[in-house]
Design a protein. Structure first.
Length: 492
């Protein structure tokens, strides 16, 4: 690892450079159906630049990894795909004015029913390079000695997606919260205003939510609350379906330091909205279940992490053993580097749509960390239902196939430390997407990967692997692909 810092700031800024080279031999470089497949040899080079700063007022964590790939036979498929994950937090005025900022770049599917592949750099026209930028200035404080707190925050997200029918999108959410001082019986008032804009659209989509909240702290482990208010928007073409009262409630329960359960429910003009989060950890296991349903847009979803966050599960397991966050993160990175476990068990399930939609997601993940064996798995279900008319023409819009898109699947990863230096990874996953009537569109993907990893020096690691993928669809062409690959990674 190479760490570089400006004079006097050595404890603040850190720079790390690493990279990898992968050679892949595939039986189906274009993901074509049987009889049209072309074998190819693909070279991929991925430099990775990490920048971080942990200061008293400014925190930055960024990783940029562009991947350049060259096809030996089909040179027209050669190109570059960018991956970026960057976050920054600035305390501009002490204890008053703050700014959160984020930027991401990733490859997203345009249509969950079309030809798709989790593996770069296989060629498919059903993917797009997306760039997402977000900035959130906010102020927070107290009204003198009353203990009443206030928060005024503006979350702004811009997304640019390349490809036919994609374009740009913007979602801005402004909110004001006023909450009572901590007490057995507390209260809160909230306003949330959301504005959504899509390129080449003549319609502006706007929403306002006005909400009051009453909270009862029964004991330090249990808190319950009730909410009520009013919502109005212009999402639907029928004005009678765009406004009305909202009401609900929920609780937060933490029976032990290792277990927590939070749940909330609210009836809105679009139907029920809810969120549930359960977390439980033991010495070598971690379990997490989340479920939520809310109204959203593509710019709000594109920065979300894919299902099966391996690092988050390891973080939960290691909390007792490594209470210091910095030491815990170092241990997580060591485990990921030496075992070759994937960062995420499944690819992102987002898709580009120039509409507002209700999104329901249920996910369950678990990890078991043994002396020689580590097992992680995840299952998920999502249902995306449009609540607004399409505001801009988009031939790739998944809602062209029906008013709702359902996705579900699961993945399991097994890591075996064969020797102190040699690790074996086996991953199996299944995902499927289907639309409701009238079209009945459906696509499924099954993927199997086996990899051997071994450090070649303190800063260099090698890997050999094999994968097999089967894609079946009544919308796009079916395909099968087998590949062998070799990867050499190095930290400078």
């Amino acid at each position: 690892m190479c760490v570089v810092a400006a004079p006097g700031l050595a404890s603040d800024w850190k720079f790390r450079l690493s990279g990898s080279t992968t050679v892949t031999g595939t039986t189906n470089a274009n993901l074509a159906p049987s009889g049209q497949r072309d074998a190819d040899l693909i070279f991929q080079l991925t430099p990775v630049i990490n920048v971080s700063r942990e200061g008293a007022r400014l925190r930055v964590n960024a990783s940029f990894a562009p991947s350049a790939y060259i096809y030996v036979n089909e040179s027209k498929n050669s190109g570059v795909t960018n991956a970026l994950a960057a976050r920054a937090n600035l305390e501009a005025v002490e204890n008053f004015f703050f700014i959160d900022a984020a930027a991401t770049a990733s490859r997203q599917f345009l249509n969950p029913f079309g030809t798709q592949s989790q593996d770069l750099p296989l060629s498919t026209s059903n993917s797009t390079q997306t760039w997402n930028y977000g900035i959130s200035p906010y102020i927070r404080g107290r009204f003198g000695p009353t203990g009443i707190t206030y928060l005024a925050r503006s979350d702004n997200f811009w997304t640019t997606a390349s490809g036919t029918g994609s374009g740009t999108a913007y979602t801005g959410t402004n909110r004001i919260n006023i909450d009572s001082a901590p007490a057995r019986i507390g209260w809160g008032l909230q306003w949330i205003g959301t504005a959504t804009r899509f390129q080449n659209s003549a319609r502006n989509l706007d929403s306002n939510v006005y909400r009051a909240r009453v909270t009862w702290t029964i004991d330090p482990q249990l808190q319950v609350f009730a909410t009520g208010g009013y919502q109005d928007n212009n999402y639907a073409l029928n004005p009678d379906d765009t406004s009305g009262p909202i009401y609900g409630g929920g609780f937060a329960w933490r029976p032990t330091e290792r277990t927590s359960l939070n749940a909330a429910y609210e009836q809105t003009v679009f139907g029920p909205s809810y969120s549930v989060a359960f977390n439980h950890r033991q010495r070598r296991t971690a379990w997490t279940v989340t479920a939520n349903r809310s109204t959203t847009t593509f710019p709000q979803q594109v920065a979300n992490l894919p299902p099966g966050n391996t690092a988050a599960l390891l973080d939960t397991i290691l909390q007792a053993q490594f209470p210091d966050p910095v030491q815990r993160q170092a241990e997580i990175q060591r485990i990921l580097a030496t075992t070759g476990l994937p960062a995420f068990l499944l690819p992102s399930q987002n898709f580009f749509s120039q509409q507002v939609y209700d999104l329901e997601i249920i996910q369950a993940s678990a990890a078991i960390l043994g002396v020689r064996n580590t097992v992680t798995f995840t299952v998920f279900y999502s249902d995306s239902t449009t609540v607004s008319s399409q505001v801009a023409a988009n031939a790739n819009n998944p809602f062209n196939f029906g008013n709702a898109v359902q996705q579900q699947g699961g993945s399991i990863a097994w890591n075996l430390r064969v020797t102190p230096l040699l690790a074996l990874n086996a991953i199996a996953s299944h995902t499927e997407a289907q639309s409701r009537q009238p079209t009945g569109s459906k696509s499924t993907t099954d993927r199997f990967v086996v990899t051997l990893t071994r450090p070649l020096s303190p800063r260099t690691q090698g890997a050999l692997g094999f994968r097999y993928v089967m894609f079946d669809s009544n919308v796009a062409s079916d395909y099968k692909e087998a590949a062998v690959f070799a990867t050499l990674s190095h930290q400078f």
